[in-house]
Design a protein around this ligand. Sequence first.
Ligand code: ADE
Length: 354
Amino acid sequence: MAIISDDEGIRKREKKNPIIKPENIEYDNTFENSIRPKDFDSYIGQSALKETLKITLEAAKKRGKPLDHLLFYGPPGLGKTTIAGVIASQMGVEIRITSAPALERPRDIIGILMSLKGGEILFIDEIHRLNKVAEEILYPAMEDFTLDMTTGKSQTAKTLRVPLPKFTLIGATTKAGELSSPLRDRFGMIHRLEFYTKEELTKVVQRTAKILEVEVTEGGAQAIAMRSRGTPRIANRLVKRVSDFAIVKYDGVIDEKVANESLDILKIDKFGLDTTDRALLNLIIDKYDGGPVGVETIAAALSEDVRTIEDVCEPYLLQAGFLQRTPRGRKVSPEGYRHLGIKMPSMQTSLFGE
Ligand code: ADE
């Protein structure tokens, strides 16, 4: 199985959507690709999804038909691309990886569709950002494996139906709610990826350390897991960062002390919050009495873009219970105040029924 990545698309996406969280600045594609699991056994977590997929794959193989189109959604870093790679490798087919912002012009999507071979997988990341024209090209492609092409102008225009090979589309999104219903309805399976448990992340850390050939104790792996925000991509990056510390400042072994001291230096706290997360909570507390305050205001005050706040910072803060989403904006919860060691004003406390 080869992963053919649309580099041009990724470059464009990065230009349009600067990723500014600290752990993303050092986004290392080669590292991430080199440690991606290739089969279900080495893919840790998401057990419900794995079980369903194993059956779906088996059935598709027995029928000799391509897999149904699949949609994965959930916060970034939970392994949407990785599971798509596992599926391709288990089906013994190629996967082409692109992202919606790279499919700006009709010919971008048409070109990719026409280059696919039977059974291949097309992976479109951030599929909620697909433009209307690209979406409309995709409808017949997904449903009947045809491309409807219009040639000529107005009165002389002709529609040409071009057959396409039977392919599988895997879409990934952090925002399933932003997908149009005609597009959503064309996926045979829609699955939400969940945050990982501490135990699962401990296994991810141990697996990655083994690949990187760094020694990690059980306590060291757990300490990194605790601060990985339920996200394997973050766990993997932290293993790499902590192993640098272990080599340079200690004896090369990641134990609990080495992990905790390194992560303290990196300003990643016991719950995995980094400086941006804490700045967000502190802003709401200091400037807006704990909220509610709109996400646009938060983004402007932190000089971040709204998408980064919504897609990268908030999902974990909400899941950890530090932040709450209300119709009037975001609010810091009593747990959020407690985590920062700040006393909650009594008016807020009574609002939360504490
Ligand atoms: N790296 C990223 N996601 C992973 C997963 N689910 N299992 C193992 N390694 C991973």
